[in-house]
Design a binder for this molecule. Sequence first.
Ligand code: SAM
Ligand code: SF4
Ligand code: F3S
Length: 442
Amino acid sequence: MNKKIFIKTFGCQMNEYDSNRIFDTVQKIGFDRTENLNEATCYLLNTCHIRDKAKEKVYHEIGRVKKNFRKKIKPLVIVTGCVAQAENQEMLKREPYIDLVIGPQAYHKINHKIEEYLDKQKKIEETEFDAVSKFNYFKDIKNSSNKVSSFLTIQEGCDKFCYFCVVPFTRGPEYSRPFNEIINEAKILADNGAKEIIFLGQNVNAYKNENYSLADLILEVEKIPKIERIRYTTSHPRDMSDDLIDVYGVTKKLMPLVHLPIQSGSDKILKSMNRKHTVKDYLVVYEKLKKINESVEFSSDFIVAYPGEEDEDFNETIEIIKKIKFINSYSFIFSPRPGTRASNYELIDKKVSSKRLDIIQKHLFQNQINKNKSFENKIMNVLVENLTEDKINFFGRSEYMTPVILNGSEENIGKVVPVKITGSNKNTLFGKIENNSNQKVA
Ligand code: SAM
Ligand code: SF4
Ligand code: F3S
């Protein structure tokens, strides 16, 4: 029987990157990828543990698969990702339908573990942190991503231990991949058709390998002719070093959107989050970046109703939003995560939390709407990524990462084209390709 793997991915871009790399390796033991669950002989769920009922979501999902295969041959069921790391053995005990549990720093062992399981029919859990061996293994497995915009993980793990966050526990200590290995992978992606590379890391700007920094990586990847755009995510305010800021003054390819989570506008709350930066530190970075390149815009993450957040703390967050005018942001109600320091803190009333989320989102969305509106009737450079589902229009992104729906043709895919913006809403710009224009706004 043909081996077919169905991969479902929850969570951040790093999980998306990992799912693709897992497929790259299981291909070696004969798996094809399928998007049709019914024909899967292996079901892999790549999980996220960041908020809410992450664990329950996983069991719910496995329950659905179980139901789907009730009258058919059971697929091999593998759980990977951050819930796998956090729950490990527990998952095998609680849900016998799961066969293998593999943590994010053990993906290099996946083929071996699958074969071992098929041989002995004995459940397996593998959650050792071994980022060095993992990346060493994967450097010899070709990255098959052929997307116009491709992810490239350069750094993994986190040593910062914000008191609300599970990532240091699920991804392990910070590890930066060797410089040359990353450049080689970027060249492969470029040869596969990538026009944009998005460097990934939980603390991507903490990247340090020998004497190389993220700034060095950006400048080196800029030299690859086929690559037209470079982005990175997610960065920490404390690691916005001057050499990285300086790149914004000289770069031709680094996009002018900086995703820099602040979480709160109150120093009191930042301190009790163990964020290791103040509002002032953040503003210093903001001013420096604006000074060096005034086209730079910011996006951010916010946690509202963190334990101890009083009205005045919340109002300070609203003030910073008004000041910086983030053009795109994510906001969440604090969710206590097992094993983290803040999970022991007293929660804020649910109604107050929801009201604060509503208020913050109203401000953030208004910024987004205003910014998108300001692009109307202007020409923007858009990297066209694919045909939309309606098979009529095309999807691309502006330099600020904003989705753009445009007219076009297949030959525009993979190209940066000038687009006249004719309309907008909160999340999307709409436009037409402009043929003879030298005008450029963003
Ligand atoms: N490393 C990034 C940083 O330092 O900002 C964040 C990575 S985390 C995967 C993405 C976002 O999830 C965070 O910026 C934070 O806003 C949110 N988040 C993390 N833990 C959370 C929690 N316990 N409750 C609510 N939101 C949370
Ligand atoms: Fe989580 Fe903080 Fe690390 Fe970001 S810096 S991954 S929020 S612990
Ligand atoms: Fe989720 Fe793990 Fe990413 S918890 S956000 S999948 S690092």
